[in-house]
Each structure stands twice: as C-alpha cells, then as structure tokens.
Design a protein around this ligand. Structure first.
Ligand code: FAD
Length: 307
C-alpha cells in the first residue's frame, strides 16, 4: 500500500490539543434501521451547530454494522462541516482487511482513527482471541495505521483500569506504550466520579507521560440505563445517583434533569482541573449531551483553525 499524504487543511486533533485548545466531541453509533438513521442525522445536525472539534462513530462486531460505520463516517466527511473520527478495532480482521479499511478511509479524506483492540464478540468479558492473521493489541493497530499514512490517532484509556488488566503497573505501561507508538491522545471509558480520572492522570504523570487524555461523559438520564452501562463498562455507578434516578423512574423530565445535572457537575470538575476537553456519548440522541455542553457556559468554541 502506498503512503498517503494528508491534504493541508485542518489542524489535527493532536496539534489542536498541543496548543492548549480544548477538544469537545460527540460520539455516535451506526444505527440498524432507517428510522435510527434519520434520528442519527438529526442529532448530527444539532451537534454541528455547536462546532465541535470532532464527532466519532463506533465500530461494531459484525459485518453490516461495520459497513454502516464506514458509510456514515464517509458521509459525515463529505456532507457536513464536522470532522469524523473513525473507531476501528482488530476484532475478526486480518491484517489485509485492516489495511483495506484504512485505505478506504484515506480515500474518503478521513485522517482520524481511534485505534482499539475491541472485545471478544458475543461475550465481551470472555478471553481475547486475535484473528489468526490479525493483531493482538491496540498498539499493533496504532503502528499499522501509522505505517499506512498520515493519520492522527487516538486510543482508549480506562480510569478504573481495563477489566482484564492484571494491575495498574501493566495498565499504565501499555497505555504509555500506545502513545510512544504514535497515538496523539486518548479518550477514556465512561466514569461517574472525577477522582477516577484524576488518579489515572496522576499515574500517567508519575510514569512521565503527559499526553492528553480526554474524559468521556456519559449522561445517565434513565434508571434503566444503569444495567446497560454495567454491561458496556465496569464503571462504578454512584449509589446516590442511582437512587435519584430510581425515584424519578416515572418522571422522564425529572430523570433527565438529574442525569444532566450530575454529568454537568462532573464535567465542570474535570475542566476546572485542566482536563483537555470532553467527549460526550450521545447514544444518537444529542439532547442530553448538548444540554450539558450548554450548561457549562463555555466560551465560544473558535472555528477549527486552518494550518
Ligand atoms: P488494548 O490497548 O489492546 O488493551 C486491552 C488489554 O490488553 C488491556 O488489559 C491492556 O492493559 C492489555 N495490553 C495492551 N497492550 C498489551 C501488550 N503489549 N501486552 C500485554 N497486554 C497488553 N469497542 C468496540 O468494539 N468498538 C468501538 O467503537 C469502541 N470504542 C471505544 C471507545 C472508547 C473511548 C473506549 C474507552 C473503548 C471503546 N471500545 C470499543 C472498547 C474497547 O475496544 C475495549 O474496552 C477493549 O477491551 C480494549 O481496547 P483497547 O484499545 O484499550 O485495547
């Protein structure tokens, strides 16, 4: 595969963060239905109005969902002013397939990849079995994407430690190695207490790593979501927030307010402590994420600078 050159256009996310400018971003997933697709595009258009640094699209475990990720990411690049970051995982892919996908993104003008290992399909907590001709860890994907061209690469970080890491020492060693391999920034797993983020940052600093780690903000606006969050991550959910959401089970507006207020307070604590930005999970409904973003009363986000 030939090495691809980035067109001289927007400053990269890594360079933007290096100037001290914060990054505000919104995460979406590829919907399964036409109705879901319409909801996604309505949400994307609302998010476009606040001029985020980027939006990202998650990568699923199966073929059709993966095709939708690629198609949506390409359409965002072509039809909106948004910068799309394509999530990519090593799950079930040979090296040749991964090269092909990266090449397809490059052809569509996409230069931003979140390089992830992914989880075992079917049972995310099961043992990790790499594709026989594929990659073992996210760091291998970082290296591959770098070799394929001029990409800006993000990686995952875990404020409460990756569930399968043996200990913090190996967790930090593997995360710092991803930065050394060429990742410019990390985005965290969801968490609900700022202390988890601060402790991760302190651990990285103690290891001599000061790379930007963007905290993920997951608004919890319905009691029923808590079980789903536990399935998606091992994040500790605060008892008090769970009780408040349970008490508001039959009052969606009150539950929404409780979740948005909690997430806004968390986001404010993170920004007050110099977090390099925020990455909001939207679940394809931008309302809660935008409510938080607006409640923070941030200074007008400058238009993405041209280099
Ligand atoms: P890795 O960095 O490979 O780490 C996985 C485990 O292996 C960790 O325990 C780590 O400590 C260990 N490890 C790493 N390198 C080495 C090494 N060299 N030797 C030994 N052990 C090592 N999943 C999806 O399927 N699609 C998505 O779109 C998606 N988006 C995500 C976005 C964010 C912001 C985050 C935080 C997670 C996302 N995930 C997604 C989930 C992610 O793929 C899983 O959590 C996965 O288990 C870990 O991925 P990783 O990239 O951190 O893997």
């Amino acid at each position: 595969m030939t090495t691809l050159q980035a067109p001289a256009a927007r400053r990269s996310i890594t360079d933007t963060l290096a100037t001290g400018q914060r990054s505000y971003s919104f995460e979406f997933f590829p919907p399964k239905t036409e109705r879901g697709e319409r909801t996604l595009w309505q949400a994307l258009r609302r998010v476009e109005a606040v001029n985020p640094t980027f939006v990202s699209v998650t990568y699923g475990a199966g073929g059709s969902s993966r095709e939708r990720t690629a198609a949506i990411t390409e359409r965002i690049a072509e039809e909106t002013t948004l910068r799309p970051v394509a999530h990519l995982t090593a799950v079930g892919h040979s090296l040749a397939e991964l090269r092909h996908i990266i090449g397809r993104y490059a052809d569509a003008g996409i230069r931003d990849v979140l390089a992830l290992r992914g989880d075992p399909p079917g049972n995310p907590r099961g043992p990790w079995v790499p594709h026989p001709d594929g990659l073992q860890h996210a760091i291998d994907l970082v290296q591959l994407v770098r070799r394929c061209g001029d990409f800006d690469i993000g990686v995952a970080a875990f404020p409460e430690r990756h569930p399968r890491s043996a200990d913090w020492e190996s967790e930090i060693r593997h995360l710092t190695a991803k930065f050394r391999a060429g990742a410019g920034y990390a985005i965290t797993q969801m968490f609900f207490s700022a202390d988890h983020y601060f402790r991760l940052r302190d651990r990285l600093a103690a290891a001599g790593c000061h790379a930007p780690v963007i905290p993920e903000i997951m608004p919890a606006v319905r009691f029923e979501q808590i079980t789903r969050f536990a399935e998606l991550s091992d994040a500790t959910f605060p008892d008090q927030l769970a009780r408040s959401l349970e008490a508001a089970r039959n009052d969606p507006q009150a539950a929404h307010r409780i979740g948005v207020d909690h997430a806004t307070e968390l986001a404010q604590q993170l920004l007050d402590a110099e977090a390099p930005g925020l990455h909001y999970i939207t679940l394809n409904h931008s309302t809660a994420a935008l409510d938080i973003h607006r409640a923070l009363r941030l200074p007008a986000h400058p238009a993405q600078p041209l280099s």
